[in-house]
Design a protein around this ligand. Structure first.
Ligand code: ATP
Length: 579
């Protein structure tokens, strides 16, 4: 909660103004029945019209003030709550930017999106309600009770009975509903995650004709949510009857005893009238308070989830005096062990000991899940090793300024992403200062120029969000060009030409050999044809190095490589698929 409130920052003024104005609004509301009593006793009953006019005018002024204070308090509450949510969103967003891949793995992408949208909206609404009601209700409760005590200490005892009754009944309802609401929120989380997953993968759902299955799955989850919500709301509906019982009890007993006190002369009619007003505000504020408790508790889950992201510290940090230059593209893996759950769970890589010379072209091949992506992710320090070390240019990657390292080790990841903007904008992600000519050169090397030239606006063609208007192969080529613009010392292609035809794949490799001979190139591929021309080929099997040699030697001596080669010769295309 403290972490969340810290984000109020420049909106503290609005918050305090709201609290102050609400307190003034309450004072006005409390004084009004008091003045009404004076009008009845000293004006109407005493036949003093001038007192009626004077105090009547006072009531009008007080109501006007009360309304003004209320409206201003509401405006400030809305401003503070909207400001808090904007600050929270910004704080989460900038913290996410510092996250390493393993931080992101921990929350998952849909999880982070839900926190930045639904959770923040929950907190915003709860905050807006609570700074108004959490101030208003207790103050009304206390002041009303004090006024009741001043008017009639004996009759105030009735309220104590009614309050005790309400606390027990509403309290029980609250405890039970809160438990149900926490279940509702957990289900809501699951539902959100599954909606995000399915909507972002809607093309796959359609391709596999899974719409009906997904509809049934969603209806089931939605029905479960409906049942739980009905149960919780059904229980909350008892709040109102309980409240009415307490109100009627107070009215009847106050009328009964009040009438006797008036007859006995120990109370005036005006006192009795104002006492009725105080009963109503006292019980109503109790009811409102219970609603705020529900609202705050309902947003507790969101508060917890937001705080988790805010308190998450990036697990990859730069050293105090980082190395700011990568000497060359030499890569050394020194007995590396790595697991995604650091120290627990199965190792994704075990005892990797590899030494790659600067400027070499290395092919990496192996079955699905053999650790190819994990291996290259360590080179640009997307994850840290558990044991051993990974060195680039002879220096441990943990000693570098991460920005410098990632600028010199350019990776075209398996999941390529383009952003909305022109082709040139996308290319300049690689190097914001690249000239048009440099961009065109990079596209030529990545064999992307031919399809860009055919586009109506050439390099200024707009790419839609996520690269929806380019094909898989075109996207891959643009991503390679983007990586080339960094002029890196190490270029890693993680299965990045899988959607490109074999001839273009060969042209890209030929262009690399010609254009960037000094750059160390690591090419992960499913096709032997993509790696056979490499200086050496690394065969990975279950996270271990199975062989590291030339194509010719591997064909002679390595059974896994021979199997892959033969299966692809037979035309199955991918060694993971049964031939
Ligand atoms: N983000 C992650 N969190 C946890 N485990 C992971 C993660 N990424 C990969 N793994 C696991 O690590 C192992 C190696 O995966 P990796 O992605 O490196 O294999 P790969 O050879 O690149 O596979 P593919 O050819 O299918 O891309 C697998 O068992 C995989 O399940």
């Amino acid at each position: 909660m403290r972490k969340i409130l810290q984000q109020l920052k420049q909106y503290k003024r609005e918050t305090f103004l709201c609290i102050g104005l609400t307190a003034l609004e309450v004072v006005m509301e409390i004084l009004m029945p008091f003045v009404t009593a004076i009008i009845i006793d000293k004006g109407l009953q005493a036949g003093n019209l001038s007192a009626v006019y004077r105090f009547g005018a006072l009531i009008v002024v007080m109501s006007f003030l009360s309304l003004t204070f209320g409206a201003l308090a509401g405006k400030n509450a809305a401003g503070a709550a909207a400001g808090l949510s904007a600050n929270l969103r910004e704080a989460i967003y900038s913290n996410i930017q510092t996250f390493s891949f393993s931080n992101i793995d921990k929350f998952s992408v849909p999880g982070l999106v839900t926190r930045m949208t639904t959770d923040i909206t929950n907190v915003q609404n709860a905050f807006m309600m609570s700074i108004r009601v959490a101030v208003r209700s207790p103050l009304t409760l206390i002041f009303s009770f004090i006024m009741c005590m001043i008017i009639s200490p004996h009759l105030s005892a009735m309220f104590l009975i009614a309050i005790a009754f309400l606390i027990v009944v509403i309290g029980t309802i609250m405890v039970v509903t809160l438990k149900i609401f926490s279940q509702v929120f957990r289900r809501y989380d699951d539902l959100n995650a599954s909606v995000q997953e399915n909507v972002s993968a809607i093309r796959v759902v359609k391709a596999f004709v899974r719409e009906d299955y997904e509809n049934v799955k969603f209806s089931k989850a939605s029905k479960m949510l409906y049942d739980l919500s009905v149960k919780a709301e059904g229980l909350l509906a008892f709040n109102s009857p309980a409240m009415m019982i307490a109100v009627y009890f107070c009215i009847i007993s106050v009328s009964w005893f009040g009438a006797q006190f008036i007859v006995g002369g120990s109370m005036t009619t005006g006192d009795l009238t104002s006492l009725f007003s105080y009963i109503m505000s006292l019980l109503m504020s109790l009811m409102m308070l219970s609603m705020v408790v529900v609202m705050i508790s309902m947003s507790l889950a969101s508060i917890r989830r937001i705080s988790e992201v805010l308190s998450e510290t990036p697990d990859l940090t730069d050293p105090e005096n980082p190395v700011t230059e990568v000497a060359n593209g030499q890569i050394d893996f020194n007995h590396v062990n790595f697991s995604y759950k650091h120290g627990s769970g199965k190792n994704a890589l075990s005892d990797i000991d590899l030494h790659i010379k600067s400027g070499e072209t290395i092919g990496v091949i192996g079955g699905t899940g053999s650790g190819k992506s994990s291996l290259v992710n360590l080179i640009c320090r997307l994850y840290d090793v558990d044991d051993g070390s990974v060195c680039v240019g002879g220096v441990d990657v943990r000693k570098y300024d991460t920005e410098v390292l990632r600028n010199q080790v350019s990776v075209v990841l398996q999941k390529n992403t383009l952003f909305s903007g022109s082709i040139l904008d996308n290319l300049r992600w690689g190097n914001p200062d690249a000239t048009d000519e440099e961009c065109i050169e990079a596209c030529k090397a990545a064999c992307a120029d031919e399809f860009i030239d055919r586009m109506p606006n050439g390099y200024n063609t707009k790419i839609e969000r996520g690269g929806a208007n380019v094909s898989g192969g075109q996207k891959q080529r643009l991503c390679i060009a983007r990586a080339l613009l960094k002029k890196p010392k190490v270029l890693i292609l993680d299965d990045s030409t899988s959607a490109v035809d074999t001839a273009t794949d060969a042209s890209i490799r030929a262009a690399f050999a010609k254009e960037i001979p000094g750059t160390t190139k690591i090419i992960i591929a499913q096709r032997v044809s993509s790696v056979e021309s490499a200086d050496r080929i690394l065969v990975l099997d279950e996270g271990k190095v199975n062989a590291f040699d030339t194509h010719e030697n591997l064909l002679k001596n390595n059974t896994i490589y021979q199997e892959i080669y033969n299966s692809q010769l037979e035309g199955s295309g991918d060694f993971d698929q049964p031939s």
